[in-house]
Design a protein around this ligand. Structure first.
Ligand SMILES: NC(=O)c1ccc[n+]([C@@H]2O[C@H](COP(=O)([O-])OP(=O)(O)OC[C@H]3O[C@@H](n4cnc5c(N)ncnc54)[C@H](O)[C@@H]3O)[C@@H](O)[C@H]2O)c1
Length: 427
């Protein structure tokens, strides 16, 4: 709880997704009066019905704040009126490989007509350095006639939420905060100090924007490095997983990353491209690490399919006509998020070979953009036994791995969830 009531505000959270909903719930729990605004009426309806669509927020927790009237979800922009603090957590995708800030701009437009003097507006969406001021604040100023840093406070605070991570939750993960000037930074920090255990102030909006992109690019590059290592190690006949375990025994100067079927979500496939786009646009040079990481990681689904085709051949089967059971459609373990998921690409490439694809994912909704020729099924003895190959793309804890080990003819395990055996290979 904040130390005094004056730190509590009427808060609006614009965009109630994986980032916005946990923030809105946490803010309501500590005593802010929260209006959650989303253009997606289905999501608003779910919140009103206390049916969470984000794994980290269970229905009971949502009910606690909704029933108390501490969190009100709406799709009506008129309800944004009278806010002290607004936090924007809308998508920042790519459109034909170029940053698409139209969601950020429309969020700013919705806020501008309700923006009052002295209010605080913070952007949390991941974006390229310079855009909080040049794009987000520019729209706010144009539409409201109020100047950032003079008439209202402006901040940027990147989100670090790691869906499904039980140890590093929203409130115990340090949060970078920045402002357009010292007074704005003070306001941003005071607000987030009510929500998280530790805030990390930086001197400018651009520093905070870049910090987020450094974090994501660092992971993207290291995942690409280990993915390329996995391809090379397989060719050399070395067990990459054992080699990584051995390297991880070094207590300094090494951080463990593990290979996989490719990258999904937003942080790795999308965010580093925001940085490389900006670098190329502003500095006229390529960001080669990002380019290379994209190339390596984008190739991984194709490599997975190539390994499956080879394994089927060795068993005197062609991919064409074989049945392949894909385990996991989400891009990460125990998550229902299939955005940019490499599993969708693996399924598509398998279908192109003429394979029949059956796919299992207890977390991912039916609406996921899986090729309609692939069939969604349950993980049963019959399904596993009838498959010519099983590929573990995402190793959800809910899967019955004993069943897979015992019933499968052949398994390609992209996550080293199973101990290798004659019929079980790791990536
Ligand atoms: N998901 C993550 O793990 C994660 C982690 C850190 C940062 N981020 C970043 O946070 C931002 C949001 O990501 P997310 O995963 O929460 O996205 P999301 O798609 O789950 O949620 C965004 C929500 O914003 C809503 N929206 C879009 N335009 C709107 C508008 N004009 N007004 C009101 N609502 C609007 C959408 O309907 C959606 O519900 C992105 O920039 C993302 O890169 C995401």
């Amino acid at each position: 709880m904040p130390e005094n009531e004056s730190q509590l505000s009427r808060l609006v959270v614009v965009g109630l997704g994986y980032v916005g909903l946990p923030l809105a719930v946490r803010a309501a729990e500590v005593g802010h009066e929260v209006v959650g605004y989303d253009v997606d009426t289905a999501r608003v309806g779910c919140i009103q019905a206390c049916a969470s669509y984000v794994e980290d927020i269970d229905d009971e927790r949502l009910r606690g704040v909704v029933d108390a009237g501490a969190l009100v979800a709406t799709a009506d922009p008129a309800e944004l009126a009278g806010f002290d603090v607004a936090v924007v957590t809308v998508p920042t995708p790519l459109l034909e490989d170029v940053p698409d800030l139209t969601y950020v701009e429309s969020a700013a437009q919705a806020l501008a007509s309700h923006l009052g003097r002295g209010a605080l507006v913070v952007l949390e969406s991941t974006t390229y350095p310079g855009s909080t001021e040049d794009v987000f604040a520019a729209v706010l100023q144009k539409e409201s006639g109020l100047a950032p840093g003079i008439d209202f406070h402006l901040g940027y605070s990147p989100e670090r939420i790691d869906p499904g991570n039980q140890m590093w939750t929203f409130d115990c993960t340090p949060k970078i905060v920045s402002g357009i000037n010292e007074e704005s930074l003070k306001q941003v920090r005071a607000f987030y100090d009510t929500l998280v255990d530790q805030t990390v102030p930086v001197r400018s909006l651009m520093t905070a924007e870049l910090a987020k992109l450094i974090e994501n690019t660092y992971r993207h590059v290291n995942v690409a490095l280990v993915n390329e290592m996995a391809v090379v190690a397989h060719g050399l006949g070395v067990d990459i997983w054992e080699a990584i375990d051995a390297a991880s025994s070094k207590p300094f100067g090494f951080m463990r990353f593990t290979p996989g079927p490719g990258v999904g979500g937003h942080c790795l496939p999308v965010d580093p491209r925001y940085l490389s786009w900006r670098v190329e646009r502003q500095l006229g040079r390529r960001f080669r690490f990002v380019d290379l990481a994209n190339e390596v990681n984008d190739q991984m689904p194709r490599y997975v399919v190539q390994r499956l085709v080879e394994a089927l051949n060795l068993r005197q089967r062609s991919a064409n006509g074989s049945r392949v059971l894909v385990l996991g459609l989400a891009y990460k373990r125990n998550s229902g998020d299939a955005r940019e998921s490499p599993a969708l690409r693996v399924a598509e490439l398998l279908l192109r070979t003429g394979a029949q694809v059956h796919a299992v994912d207890p977390h991912v909704r039916e609406t996921v953009p899986l090729d309609p020729r692939a069939r969604r099924v349950e993980l049963t003895v019959e399904e596993v036994a009838a498959a010519d190959a099983v590929v573990i793309v995402t190793d959800h804890d809910k899967f019955d791995y004993d069943l897979v080990r015992q019933q499968a003819t052949y398994v390609l395990d992209c996550r080293r969830r199973l101990v290798p055996a004659n019929h079980i290979e790791s990536l």
